[in-house]
Design a binder for this molecule. Structure first.
Ligand SMILES: Cc1cc2nc3c(=O)[nH]c(=O)nc-3n(C[C@H](O)[C@H](O)[C@H](O)COP(=O)(O)OP(=O)(O)OC[C@H]3O[C@@H](n4cnc5c(N)ncnc54)[C@H](O)[C@@H]3O)c2cc1C
Length: 430
């Protein structure tokens, strides 16, 4: 079949890879001049989400104060944004959390398998690093995280509960003078460079004959004929003068357009079910080699991830919840400062002296998140339209497993995840 994939982030490129592997002819459309320019560019590095990493659950935003939660909430009177946060708060209940994570778990397992297959087939070096240490400040926080820790066991994720002394022994960059409650070591969980992987995969696909239409924006989808079609326009031409519009057709379309997805697929009725969350990274040179971590250190409650990538440290987190109308406007300088201060403080608290924060490059990006914490993966009501998007904070590895699910569905093959998990991930839930 001929398949058009919209979006050149990790979700789009991974989908193109699986569709091509399944024998389809694929064309990827991306509005930027190159791939990995959206949320994929800024990722913090964590490859697959464990129950401790997902952006919902018992400890997520348990406090409304940004210094405690690691999030800046500025929803004002926007009722959709407030409802969104209320819905996420219901997932703090341990049973609701476990039930929701159970829908994600099959996708995590598929993603792990798919990534292993790609790695063994292509032998790519994309700065993979093994070992993550989640650290907790207060004994109460460790207690609150217990339902997530219990799920690690249930999901077969190897882990070790560590005292503060044991944390310092496995990761000497954690300061021995600080007073904290302890940590959880995930020895097999990995971090890696998502934009680098995305670019490498794109190169493999291009060499294999997959088409790339870069610097072309999809203005709309046409799904009424025997074949599906997309209208391509110059991304800088907001007025879409007709001379600039080009129509390309295919048997199926996969929308993997990150925050551009809802506008293209339409039909999402509830304004509070999807949200473009602004997240930040700081990338700083290593200051002192002897203080740089060799494990990835995660401030578990504040969801701040500190990853070493060769001679750099990538610190990611500091989400800013604002009303939807502010998502496509530049962030107010005071809020931006507050968010970056959270990252700077996390670095100072857990790996002091490791990074030259004064020389750090700051980046912020929007990622699409859902109020139930699950991505949107699968078929839609229209038989030619499929979606791989809204992975929120966990799109790096998850998008790769989702890509396999999509390729199976497009090919008419039953995916390797249960029908109930597929239903939970479907866009129809909104
Ligand atoms: C600061 C930050 C830290 C993060 N940390 C992690 C982490 O540690 N681990 C993890 O797993 N995930 C992390 N994430 C999330 C992860 O990066 C995202 O889930 C993932 O990159 C989403 O990929 P995507 O392909 O869906 O979206 P994107 O990368 O945003 O790609 C979508 C693409 O579609 C294109 N597009 C949109 N509309 C159109 C259109 N109309 N026509 C043509 N092209 C279009 C865009 O230009 C873009 O290139 C982080 C995200 C951020 C922002």
């Amino acid at each position: 079949m001929d398949v058009i994939v919209i979006g050149g982030g990790i979700a789009g490129i991974a989908t193109a890879y699986q569709l091509h592997a399944a024998g389809h002819r694929v064309c990827v459309v991306e509005r930027h001049a190159t791939v990995a320019q959206g949320a994929t560019y800024g990722q913090g590095g964590a490859l697959l989400p464990s129950p401790l990493d997902v952006w919902f659950g018992p400890t997520f935003m348990a406090s409304s104060r940004s210094k405690q939660s690691g999030m800046v909430v500025k929803t004002g009177f926007d009722s959709a944004a407030r409802d969104f946060i209320k819905q996420l708060a219901t997932l703090r209940n341990s049973e609701t959390f476990a039930a929701q994570y159970a829908h994600l778990q099959p996708l995590v397992a598929t993603s792990r398998r798919v990534l292993a297959e790609i790695e063994s087939r292509l032998e790519l070096d994309f700065e993979q690093r093994r070992g993550m240490l989640h650290v907790f400040r207060q004994p109460r926080e460790l207690e609150e995280a217990q339902p997530a820790i219990d799920l690690l066991k249930g999901c077969g994720v190897p882990y070790k509960l560590l005292t503060p002394e044991e944390c310092i022994a496995v990761e000497p960059s954690v300061p021995d003078h600080s007073d904290f409650a302890g940590g959880v070591l995930l020895p097999d969980e990995r971090t890696a460079n998502c934009p680098l992987f995305t670019k490498q995969l794109k190169q493999v696909l291009e060499d294999d004959g997959v088409q790339f239409r870069m610097h072309r924006a999809v203005a709309s989808l046409r799904l009424d004929g025997a074949r599906a079609a997309v209208e391509l326009a110059d991304p800088n031409d907001a007025k879409r003068r007709s001379a600039d519009v080009e129509l390309i057709t295919a048997d199926a379309i996969v929308v993997a357009a990150g925050t551009g997805t809802p506008g293209l697929i339409g039909g999402i009725e509830s304004a509070s079910s999807l949200f473009a969350l602004r997240v930040h990274t700081l990338t700083a040179p290593v200051a002192y080699e002897e203080r740089a971590p060799h494990l990835t250190v995660v401030d578990s409650i504040k969801r701040i991830t500190m990853t070493r990538i060769n001679q750099r440290l990538r610190v990611g987190g500091a989400g800013v919840f604002q009303s939807a109308s502010k998502a496509d406007k530049p962030l107010d300088a005071t809020l931006s400062r507050r968010a970056l201060d959270l990252l700077g403080q996390g670095t100072h608290d857990w790996i002091p002296g490791a990074a030259r924060v004064s020389a750090a490059r700051a980046w912020e990006g929007l990622r699409l998140v859902t109020a139930d914490g699950l991505p949107i993966v699968g078929a839609t009501r229209h038989p030619r339209l499929f979606v791989n998007a809204a992975h929120g904070p966990a799109g790096w590895g998850l998008a790769c497993g989702s890509a396999k699910v999509i390729a199976d569905l497009v090919s008419g093959v039953t995916p390797d995840i249960s029908a109930s998990a597929l239903a939970a991930l479907s866009v129809e839930r909104f």
